[in-house]
Design a protein. Structure first.
Length: 326
């Protein structure tokens, strides 16, 4: 019998404050119609200034735990994927563990930009499959509003704040079956935060140049994203002999509705088999995929074939095939 890792619970959190396209019209030279047509986004959530990424991660985990018979003390490991950690160090996972009272857990952060949640999910699954752990929390959380320049219309319309969490446990049927990942570091310059790392440490100059905000060459990233996400999803389908009829849902990273549509089209999947909530939350980076699972949880059935897919900065992309377990 092969031990697999299955998602056995999901939690999510989005801040109450809504930032609409209409409100953005007053901040930058943009308009509601352009944003809807080019991205599919209608509004996004913004976290209060005095709250951090860990606070959203905690909310998502508490929501998750409330649906189980477990307490935080039962958790063995917490992996947090984020590009907006509370601090450069310590890891946000440690802060979350402390806040929820996960006294028997260890943890660490991961960063694979917009694909981070899939990378973290696959990493977490290894600890289950190896038999090392029985309960692993994988959290995708981002306060993108701190990374966004609200004077830059190229990026400020895209992003929002949120967090999602899943619990991984051992199973002998269903669970995570297969995956494929890729990176292309030569694409790194097209989507990045230029300053604040060891190459360009924070200085008055970097602050003046606004290099602590997201820089994106949208058109180039779009081109690579459409191909990368569709290719890798198709490859995972092929290597598991899955046809569109076999697939219950595609759960794509929510960066642009047009990228989602292109991936779904290539996979031959109709709209009703594609999870989309970009219109409400925009691109929450590491939270997009778990927030979709959170919203669709009630519709999922044991044995459903689910394909997760993401593309983002790095470039880093990937797809996971799993069978829903509950
Ligand atoms: O999650 C991580 C991965 N990221 C992505 O996958 C994002 C990939 N990229 C995209 O989603 C799209 O490229 C964007 C949504 C960022 C931009 O859409 P686009 O269709 O590629 O637009 P564009 O950059 O080619 O710009 C088209 C026009 C330009 O005007 P001209 O040069 O044609 O006169 C822009 O200046 O739209 C203009 N424009 C805007 N107009 C109104 C750019 N941003 C805006 C705006 N409002 N916010």
């Amino acid at each position: 019998m092969i031990t697999r890792a299955a998602i056995t619970a999901v939690g999510g959190y989005v801040p109450e404050k809504i930032l609409t396209n209409k409100e953005l019209e007053k901040m930058v030279d943009t308009n509601d119609q352009w944003i809807r047509d080019r991205t599919g986004i209608e509004e996004r959530r913004i976290l209060d200034k005095d709250r951090a990424t860990s606070d959203m991660g905690v909310e998502a985990i508490l929501n998750l735990l409330s649906k189980t018979n477990y307490s935080a003390e039962d958790i063995d490991l917490i992996i947090v994927s984020t590009v907006s950690p509370d601090y450069v160090y310590p890891a946000t996972a440690n802060i979350i563990a402390d806040k929820i009272g996960a006294v028997n857990s260890w943890g660490f952060d991961m960063n694979a930009a917009c694909s981070g949640f899939l990378y973290a999910l696959r990493t977490g699954s290894q600890f289950i499959e190896s038999g090392m752990h029985k309960k692993v929390l994988v959290v995708g959380a981002d306060k993108m509003s701190i990374r966004v320049d609200y004077e830059d219309r190229n990026t400020c319309i895209l992003f929002g704040d949120g967090a999602g969490a899943v619990l991984l446990e051992p199973t002998e049927e269903n669970g995570i079956i297969d995956s494929k990942f890729a990176v292309d570091g030569s694409g790194g310059n097209f989507l990045m935060q230029k300053a604040g790392g060891s190459k360009y440490p924070t200085s008055l100059e970097t602050l003046k140049n606004k290099e602590h905000y997201i820089y994106q060459d949208g058109r180039t990233v779009f081109k690579f994203a459409v191909k990368g996400m569709a290719d890798i999803t198709e490859e995972v389908m092929k290597q598991n002999n899955l046809t569109a009829d076999d697939v219950a849902y595609l759960v794509p990273h929510q960066a642009n509705k047009r990228i989602i549509d292109a991936t779904a089209k290539r996979a031959g999947l109709p709209d009703e088999k594609v999870m989309v909530n970009i219109q409400k939350y925009g691109n929450t980076t590491n939270a997009t995929i778990p927030l979709c699972l959170w919203e669709w949880e009630d519709k999922l059935k044991p044995g459903d074939n689910i394909l997760l897919a993401a593309f983002g900065g790095g470039f880093a992309w990937g797809s996971i095939y799993l069978k829903w377990a509950y």
